[in-house]
Design a protein around this ligand. Structure first.
Ligand SMILES: [Zn+2]
Ligand SMILES: [Zn+2]
Length: 135
């Protein structure tokens, strides 16, 4: 779906800035912080303030179009919850990767003893393939 249309469906006025921030998150699946987003979009939107980035992210999180990551970080990091996945944080390069196959939504119902999971936030820690090479 077009971002403009998506934002409208969630009662968000699709300003150029809002659309740009959402699309940046969607096309950069590295779980950027607000600072990262501000740095990346400033050349295209020179008037963009940090406050606007924070406010926009806050709005998108409220509307559940964007989620925050439960990863130990100095800065809050953001993601788009468009498919169920767990996260893997590399202890060395600090990158946060998506892991689809190990997400609890793939656990068979009969293993859950009658509990119905509605949401899962799962983080694995270790070394990513690149960092294992150089370890
Ligand atoms: Zn790494
Ligand atoms: Zn993710």
């Amino acid at each position: 779906m077009e971002t403009t249309q998506l934002l409208r469906e969630y009662d968000i006025r699709p300003s150029f800035t809002r659309v740009s921030i959402y699309e940046y998150l969607k096309s950069h699946r590295v779980h950027p912080s607000a600072e990262d987003i501000h740095r990346a979009l400033s050349p295209t939107i020179p008037t963009l303030s940090r406050t606007t980035v924070y406010n926009t992210l806050h709005l998108l999180v409220q509307k559940q179009l964007v989620t925050t990551l439960d990863v130990e970080e100095e800065q809050q990091r953001y993601d788009i919850p468009d498919h169920p996945h767990a996260h893997f944080k590399c202890r060395k390069c600090k990158a946060v990767y998506d892991l689809e196959d190990v997400h609890p939504s793939n656990i068979p119902q009969d293993k859950l003893n009658g509990f119905r999971v509605e949401e899962a936030k799962l983080v694995y820690y270790g070394l990513c393939p690149d960092c294992q090479q150089t370890a």
